[in-house]
Design a protein around this ligand. Structure first.
Ligand SMILES: C[S@@+](CC[C@H](N)C(=O)[O-])C[C@H]1O[C@@H](n2cnc3c(N)ncnc32)[C@H](O)[C@@H]1O
Length: 239
């Protein structure tokens, strides 16, 4: 099954579910990306989904081009941003060193080959360009963690591949998107090595946060702060 098939048929549900939670996430993304260069404002939003982060990035002066494999996700994204390309994140139809900015949100959990996606983003970024990936924290949240009763039983599934077996993917029912589309599990090291493997990328920052972009809330008032999200920023350097 390809990633395109996974989200096709779920776009209206995805958008209705996550648009209620996306504000802080989009604001953080825009802050980490920074303002556009007015002379070259293009920003690829790779794996843009329904375009939930486009407005906040546009507000910093960027001309957002959304890229996604799912025609259904792009159908909804078109209601927010007309500049869309249906393409595989691992085979982007953009020239080498041609774009100044790339953002990706909640993507590593959803692509077959994350290292290839980062390598492709590195290929299209021009020297001095900026990349931000904001997604789930590989160490603290994901379908491989069972948070039932808020006991963290780490059940790391190190093997590559999607968990298409629904019960295994979502035993608690707290990850409804994963029950629909499955998930790709990456460990923290595997995730970070995708960036470190690129000679033309220099890691700029790593940020642990809670954007609140999830369809459930942890129990209130227990005082624990869990960094549900991890953001990585990188700068393209000449090689
Ligand atoms: C969890 S959604 C995130 C969507 C959006 N970035 C957001 O923050 O709401 C993951 C998205 O990645 C897209 N996707 C998965 N594999 C892809 C690939 N190989 N190339 C492009 N998009 C892909 C899916 O269609 C889906 O829209």
């Amino acid at each position: 099954m390809t990633s395109a098939v996974r989200y096709d048929g779920h776009a209206d549900w995805y958008d209705a579910t996550f648009r209620r939670y996306g504000g802080a996430s989009a604001d953080l993304l825009a802050r980490l990306l920074g303002p556009a260069d007015p002379a070259d404002p293009v920003c690829l939003d790779i794996g843009c989904g329904t375009g939930l982060h486009a407005a906040a990035v546009s507000a910093r002066g960027h001309t957002v081009i959304g890229v996604d494999l799912s025609a259904d996700q792009l159908r909804v994204a078109a209601t927010r941003n007309p500049r869309l390309v249906r393409a595989d994140a691992g085979r982007l139809p953009f020239a080498d060193a041609s774009v100044p900015s790339v953002v990706m949100t909640y993507l590593h959990t959803d692509v077959e080959d994350f290292p290839r996606v980062i390598a492709t983003a590195a290929r299209v970024l021009r020297p001095g360009g900026r990349l931000v990936h904001l997604g789930l924290h590989p160490a603290y949240v994901g379908p491989f963690l069972d948070r039932q009763d808020e006991v963290e039983r780490h059940e790391l599934r190190l093997a590559a591949g999607y968990g298409d077996e629904r019960h295994a993917v979502d035993p608690t029912g707290r990850f409804p998107v994963r029950s629909r589309v499955g998930a790709r599990n990456l460990t923290l090291a595997t995730f970070l090595r995708a960036f470190l493997a690129q000679p033309s990328l220099r890691l700029d920052d790593v940020v642990e946060v809670d954007t609140g972009m999830r369809p459930w809330q942890p129990p209130a008032g227990d005082g624990r702060v869990v960094p549900w999200n991890l953001a990585v920023t990188a700068v393209a350097v000449p090689v």
